[in-house]
Write a new protein. Structure first.
Length: 151
């Protein structure tokens, strides 16, 4: 899975850093679209549990239009079945307490198809994801550790 925002170095724990690199405004739309396509292609071949640490601390609120939020919601809805099957846990990293509170409340109202929790730091998120990912890998007969799963 190759995309500038996705770190696969500790697969099956994947790190997504949204808006990781600085780029002109007109380049964001193609990057978001390529991220969505990259994940759709990856999920189409997925055969093992995975965990996500999604770092959203760098997402400027001014970049989010209603059309972009709609496309993101549609992407999440489209990928929910495979994520429900294979995602052991996803940590969303948001450093603003008020935004964390709103997202947490939204998850109470409409829970995602897989375990998901909001954290202030990547370290807190990873500490929550790792044991859930290891348990899911064990349950599916995969060896656990910090490398890609092996049967």
């Amino acid at each position: 899975m190759a995309h500038p925002w996705i770190d696969v170095s500790e697969a099956p724990l994947y790190r997504l850093t949204l808006f990781k690199a600085k780029a002109p405004e007109q380049e964001w739309e193609p990057l978001v679209e390529s991220w969505m396509q990259t994940t759709r292609d990856f999920y189409a071949q997925l055969d093992h549990p995975l965990g996500w640490v999604v770092d959203a601390r760098f997402v400027p609120s001014s970049r989010s239009t209603s059309q972009q939020r709609h496309r993101l919601r549609q992407h999440l809805n489209d990928t929910a079945p495979v994520m429900g099957q294979w995602c052991a846990a996803a940590a969303i990293i948001i450093d603003k307490a008020a935004v964390r509170g709103v997202l947490t409340a939204l998850h109470w109202i409409s829970p995602p198809a897989y375990p998901q929790k909001v954290f202030a730091t990547p370290e807190e998120g990873e500490a929550w994801v790792r044991p859930r990912l290891d348990a899911a890998l064990d349950a599916h007969g995969w060896a656990t550790g910090r490398s890609a799963p092996v049967r």
